[in-house]
Design a protein around this ligand. Structure first.
Ligand code: 5AD
Length: 349
């Protein structure tokens, strides 16, 4: 094998760390051999920790009402073409009930930032879910909140929190978001969540507008130093009613390459093979797993609202993307040598 990147890959495998310049080089100089070597090592190291298990999470998209105006996102506040909805606490509980019967032991409540989901509403809901389903974990993905709010939600039973950092580079952050959303506050939230005791997930889009390989290297360095429990990455996909409508989508190939690197940076990381990957390619989620991912998050939202939670064009919401089609997902995972498991799926440290 003629692979000039092998020394870097060896160093990463052994030390779980590279310099910024080395990460950038690994990305810029990538080739098929390097991708194959990284994937092989990522899969091997994951197998040592998680065997051939793939964890599943039931994703409940609680509301697409959002006060923010992120330039990339289809549910941004100014998108008047977006048909808005929110689920009531009872509807969310019904999703959990259905999910539990289907074998889900983690529920992820994700939604836009909106005052309706107040601390008191969420705390009541969390207490109800946690008392009904003692063997389940609840993950929240409801954006930036105050430290006090995160504390209350944790005390009410939330186990995990997903808040993608979106980009580790502050100038890049400012090109993806309006001025009122700051990189500084994003990082403050992640630090607070970690200190409070949540299992924390960060993450970023691959191929977002104005992103460079040097910036992706910063994202990798951030994961290396912050050591999150989870990291969600997926290709950027334009949405027709956003300012970034004419920007090209990110690549599946680079996303998979980065999944392998992330696995080697932090071997126990919970790494989802995301819907965005499955949206760009029929076998995108399988490719993610074969690159080192170990989580999939099928959709548990009521079918009537699913097509409204459109973060980007053509977002998948049916087929093996839906929780009801768990058997189909299981068959697809089995076909590539993996088993989906009915367990909370906490990080193994
Ligand atoms: N393409 C890909 N991912 C997107 N997200 C939002 N909009 C898009 C898009 N157009 C991601 C963001 C956010 C997560 C919920 O979805 O990273 O954190």
């Amino acid at each position: 094998m003629n692979n000039n990147l092998l020394p870097l890959i060896d160093k990463l495998t052994e030390t779980h760390s590279l310099s910024l310049a080395e990460y950038e080089c690994l990305i810029t100089e990538r080739n098929d051999e390097a991708a194959a070597t990284l994937a092989e090592r990522a899969v091997r190291i994951r197998r040592e920790i998680y065997g051939n298990s793939v964890y599943i999470r039931g994703l409940i998209e609680v509301s697409n009402i959002c006060q923010n105006n992120c330039y990339y996102c289809g549910i941004r506040a100014s998108n008047s073409a977006c048909e808005r909805y929110r689920l009531t606490p009872d509807e969310i509980l019904s999703c959990c009930e259905e999910g539990y019967e289907l074998g889900f032991r983690t529920f992820v409540m994700q939604g836009g930032e909106n005052a309706y989901f107040s601390d008191s509403l969420l705390c009541d809901l969390l207490r109800e879910i946690k008392s009904r389903y003692l063997d389940c974990a609840v993950t929240l993905s409801l954006g930036e909140r105050s430290r006090e709010s995160y504390e209350k939600l944790y005390a009410a039973g939330a186990d995990r929190y997903l808040l993608r950092h979106e980009t580790a580079n502050a100038e890049h952050y400012a090109k993806l978001h309006p001025a009122e959303l700051t990189h500084e506050n994003r990082m403050r939230c992640l630090r607070d969540l970690r200190e409070i005791g949540y299992q924390v997930g960060c993450g970023f889009m691959v191929g977002s507008p104005y992103q460079t390989n040097a910036m992706l290297a910063e994202d990798l360095k951030f994961v290396e130093t912050f050591k999150p429990d989870m990291c969600g990455i997926g290709p950027f996909i334009p949405h027709k009613d956003t300012p970034f409508r004419d920007h090209p989508a990110g690549s599946v190939e680079l996303t998979c390459y980065l999944l392998s690197i992330l696995r080697l940076i932090h071997p126990p990381l919970l790494l989802p093979s995301t819907t965005a990957l499955g949206t760009l390619r029929e076998d995108g989620r399988e490719m993610g797993i074969l690159s080192g991912a170990n989580v999939v998050m099928p959709n548990l939202s009521p079918t009537s609202v699913r097509r409204k939670y459109l973060l980007y064009n053509n977002k998948l919401s049916d087929g093996s993307e839906s929780a009801q089609c768990k058997a189909n997902l299981a068959a697809r995972m089995r076909a590539i040598g993996y088993e989906i498991v009915c367990a909370r799926g906490d990080i193994k440290k």
